[in-house]
Design a protein around this ligand. Structure first.
Ligand code: NAD
Length: 341
């Protein structure tokens, strides 16, 4: 089996999780990560055997702290087949020049604009669009969560229209700058929010309207979806379709699943790295059908949900592994669940 050499630029919320996931894949080798701040996270990464690469001008600072570095940003790019850029929104597009110059493939994240990449990919839907491409984007956590949930119903029954209302987390747990605190903020006040347009970068012909409010929590987004199917089907069939979807986990209220905090307790009990919940968590009892209309509510762990998608897009861009085999390997290696809890 050939092994894909992966470099990760940006070792924050998403980058460290993707690094962990790459380390768990049998057909990938983590060449190292670019880290710009010499801190405890760098020290622990070194203890784990992860090679650190840093901007050339900061090498002295790292050496003074006794933190071993393996080279510069350029060294990591040159030694990798593909770079996952997980820097803050907007930085990845600027870094593209470095990857292009070195002739390396790159995956950008949802904070980058869709027009700087060749394709936006959620593997369940359009894995093969990434094949042969040099620059692909994995969309945001909200977009990925919406696409995964709508896709099964669209594929199996047909979807005429979607209204999605998003209660967004204000900031990630480690984010010192985000907000709001002690209030909710319409985001934006004048709808639609940008999420619907972003969903259409993957589900291109979908008719979707989204609106969002930022809530003063850090752990998850909650999506409330109203989906008009092409024809009415029984609630059991809706449940069956969602229960059959990859990376979607239905949770029953009578097992104590009611709040986003329950979702996080679940991650701890599952013993997941970084308390990752890679799955869309759909509240089984929220699924309500009225003729062609389906309502449901789901929680999205913003820090983790795009991790399996990044892993699959690496395979789509760098190997000839087919979509199902890639997603099977990813899901097994990360212990991802589906069906009803
Ligand atoms: P983050 O701020 O947690 O991490 C970014 C890391 O990149 C930080 O460690 C920072 O020091 C480092 N960095 C900054 N400039 C750099 C540079 N020039 N070179 C190398 N490293 C640099 O950000 P994040 O939340 O991980 O977001 C990364 C991307 O993923 C963004 O596009 C974001 O929109 C997207 N995304 C974030 C989430 C989320 O909820 N956090 C979810 C899905 C997608």
């Amino acid at each position: 089996m050939s092994v894909v050499r992966v470099g990760i630029v940006g070792f924050g919320t998403i980058g460290r999780r993707v690094a962990d996931a790459v380390l768990r894949q049998p057909d990938m080798k983590l060449m190292g990560v670019v880290k710009i701040t010499p801190d405890y996270k760098a020290k622990l990464a070194l203890e784990q055997g992860i090679n650190l690469f840093v901007p050339e001008k900061s090498i002295d600072k790292w050496e003074e702290l006794g933190l071993k570095i393996s080279g510069t940003v350029k060294d990591l790019i040159d030694s990798s087949d593909i770079v996952i850029d997980a820097t803050p929104g907007g930085v990845g597009s600027k870094n593209l020049e470095l990857y292009k110059k070195a002739g390396r493939k790159a995956i950008l994240q949802g904070g980058e604009k869709k027009d700087v990449v060749e394709s936006t990919v959620v593997p369940q839907v359009n894995y093969y669009e990434a094949r042969g491409k040099m620059v692909v984007r994995v969309p945001s956590c909200n977009t990925t969560g919406l696409v995964r949930c709508i896709w099964g119903l669209k594929r199996e029954v047909g979807v005429e229209r979607v209204f999605a209302f998003l209660a967004r987390r204000a900031a990630d747990p480690a984010d010192k700058k985000g907000g709001p605190l002690d209030c909710m903020e319409l985001n934006p006040v004048r709808p639609p929010s940008h999420h619907g347009e972003d969903v259409k970068t993957v589900l291109k012909d979908l008719s979707i309207f989204t609106a969002a409010v930022k809530t003063p929590v850090t752990h998850a987004h909650v999506h409330m979806l109203l989906i008009k199917l092409s024809k009415a089907i029984p609630r059991e069939d809706v449940v069956d379709i969602l229960a059959g979807e990859r990376r979607v986990l239905l949770v029953p209220e009578n097992l104590g699943m009611r709040r986003t905090s329950d979702v996080f307790e679940l991650s701890r009990h599952l013993g997941r790295p970084f308390n990752n919940i890679y799955e869309n968590i759909v509240w089984l009892d929220s699924i309500y059908c009225d003729g062609e209309w389906v309502y449901l509510a789901q929680a999205i762990h913003q820090e983790a949900i795009v991790v399996p998608e990044n892993v699959d897009v690496i395979r789509a861009m760098c190997t000839d592994v087919d979509a199902e085999s890639s997603m099977n390997t990813t899901d097994i290696r990360l212990g991802i669940r589906k069906g009803i809890l």
